[in-house]
Write a protein that binds this ligand. Structure first.
Ligand code: AMP
Ligand code: ZN
Length: 137
């Protein structure tokens, strides 16, 4: 299913032009227009799924295999020193476009891209509580 009002549906299906690094029957990988680093790309399914939780299981599996294949090519071609796969779900997690996508972010020594967090601390009680809540589901 496509969503008429979704910009990534239009890009993934070629209605809006993009710089495409890879395409098959299920996915398109495009360059991000606001890149974190040189070569930052987005993997978009051609069908509309708002986020990971809605994504079809078969496509979810294929998304990672496809990301792996394209990321390996990109890393080589661009001489990247490392690579981040980032995938945001929900506003609280930084998602701004509500069509599932994976960020493919080549990393270079000292590139200054801020994909990190300050480690917090968790008490044994908190860890046990989290485990109990998840186990109960
Ligand atoms: P997220 O915050 O995970 O939802 O990521 C959305 C990403 O889409 C951001 O990195 C934007 O720079 C990128 N983006 C939004 N609109 C476009 C567009 N028309 N073409 C390419 N990238 C886009
Ligand atoms: Zn869409």
């Amino acid at each position: 299913m496509k969503d008429q009002n979704c910009i990534f549906c239009k890009i993934a299906n070629g209605e809006i032009p993009s710089t495409t690094l890879y395409e098959d029957e299920d996915f398109r990988v495009i360059l991000d227009m606001g890149p974190a680093t040189r070569g930052h790309a987005l993997l978009l399914p051609k069908e509309h799924y708002a986020n990971l939780f809605e994504l079809d299981d078969k496509l979810a599996a294929k998304a990672l295999v496809t990301a792996k294949k394209v990321a390996a090519r990109m890393k080589d071609a661009l001489g990247a020193d490392g690579f981040n796969l980032v995938q945001n779900n929900g506003e609280a997690a930084g998602q701004t476009v509500f069509h599932f996508h994976m960020h493919l972010i080549p990393r270079y020594e000292n590139d200054g891209a801020g994909i990190s967090w300050t480690p917090g601390s968790a008490t044994p009680e908190e860890m046990a509580e989290v485990k109990r809540l998840v186990d109960e589901k």
